[in-house]
Design a binder for this molecule. Sequence first.
Ligand code: PRP
Ligand code: MN
Ligand code: MG
Length: 182
Amino acid sequence: MEKLHPDIKRIILSEDDIRGIVTRLGAQISADYADKNPLIVAVLRGAFVFTADLVRAITIPCSVDFMAVSSYGDGVKSSGVVRIVKDLDTKVEGRHVLIAEDILDSGLTLSYLIGMLQARRPASIDVATFAVKDIEGKRPAVRPRYVGTHVPNEFIVGYGLDYAERYRNLPYVGVLKTEVYE
Ligand code: PRP
Ligand code: MN
Ligand code: MG
């Protein structure tokens, strides 16, 4: 078991849990995209850890590119505005695009991104998200083709997920202690 960071209340997904999830997603994607040379689009910054693991679990030819958007800034709540910080270098037209995200919360980030990339006329566009946050009574605006796991509606960090740019490097996903952000 990993040594628990003092700011973490409890671990939700251990390194072993994560490995299992990503291996399964990689196998599904490899089967579905055989001969399609998908363009994996990592949504920076949060998705960088998941994408690095995911592409190594994918056994077919693929390319990887990066977009940077930010909707949360340093806060706990979404600002409601998605800001493009870095665009792709790869041409999307005619490509099978698979967006890799760390977490789907309100779906704001993903619905904005899908709309934006759809306008570039890809052959297909789908989403692989490591986690979906379960919010009672709310359905996210986007339904990803690949979902790693569901997480409770708590402030979680690690495995790419940050609070004020911290904790992305934790190898597990854990719940942040309330006193850290209150
Ligand atoms: C976080 C997370 C997702 C998004 C999910 O990104 O990495 O991209 O929020 O929330 P949503 O479904 O409500 O849009 P953030 O904006 O914090 O930027 P970051 O990836 O650089 O941390
Ligand atoms: Mn993000
Ligand atoms: Mg963030």
